[in-house]
Design a binder for this molecule. Sequence first.
Ligand SMILES: NC(=O)c1ccc[n+]([C@@H]2O[C@H](COP(=O)([O-])OP(=O)(O)OC[C@H]3O[C@@H](n4cnc5c(N)ncnc54)[C@H](OP(=O)(O)O)[C@@H]3O)[C@@H](O)[C@H]2O)c1
Length: 259
Amino acid sequence: MNAAPKRVAWITGGGSGIGRALALRLAREGWMVAVSARRTELLQETAGLAKDLIHAFPLDVTDTAAVRVTAERIESQLGPLQLAVLNAGIGEFVKLDNFHAATFAAHMQVNYLGVVNGIEALLPALRRRHSGHIVIVASIAGYRGVPRAAAYGPTKAALINLAESLRFDLEREGIRISICNPGFVDTPMTAGNRFPMPFLMNAEDAAETLYRGIMQQKFEIAFPRRFVWLLKLFRCLPYALYFPIMGKFTGINRRHRHG
Ligand SMILES: NC(=O)c1ccc[n+]([C@@H]2O[C@H](COP(=O)([O-])OP(=O)(O)OC[C@H]3O[C@@H](n4cnc5c(N)ncnc54)[C@H](OP(=O)(O)O)[C@@H]3O)[C@@H](O)[C@H]2O)c1
């Protein structure tokens, strides 16, 4: 009897949070998963949770050449990649008194250009094979300008636009692209948030929804549904309604008046 063909995935930001949970979800289905991030010890921890199926490939996604070499190493060690989830990201809140250009540059380097580096590294092999699926992890914070997300939100808006733009050419070549827009997920990134996070999900539920969306080959995989629809509705509002409603929703107006 022939063994089932090996399915190989690469997840950046696979050392914790959504990336780690998705690596485990894929491993449960028998996928070979390469996980990348900067902290080797967290990657080894992820790999240790599904021995022989999850493999650590430490990487800083801002290093264009290293991303290319890593993609090649994964293919030569594990086999042709069918799925790449470009998920590595950072998120810091910006207030007017900590507005530094360097913070904005760092967010663009990791969240946006880190994904672009990944796509550049993947394209030669995927184009040669006319197959493969690239999933970009953005955020519902990319739908519209939300308070304190001035450094983070634009990187996610840029990713949504990037995925929409690339879809036209990629689909013609047989390569799928998806954009994942999560709401609040309980991960190290949100652990320090000191404000109510509506519809907060755990990382396993987020990974399950993402996994199902990937299997269904959806273009947009956004969750949790109620929060997504609320923010999509906000996206349609004229400014005269959007600013007061979002201000009230987040309590930012009240906080500002009281300093
Ligand atoms: N949690 C949420 O509520 C939420 C909501 C919407 C979207 N998202 C998005 O979901 C993705 C995953 O975030 P998460 O919530 O799971 O947070 P997380 O646990 O902090 O995961 C972020 C991952 O990115 C990696 N990373 C950061 N900078 C990197 C770099 N320069 N090179 C390589 N890897 C890097 C981190 O590992 P190292 O630090 O070791 O490199 C970590 O593995 C992010 O893109 C985030 O923006 C999260």
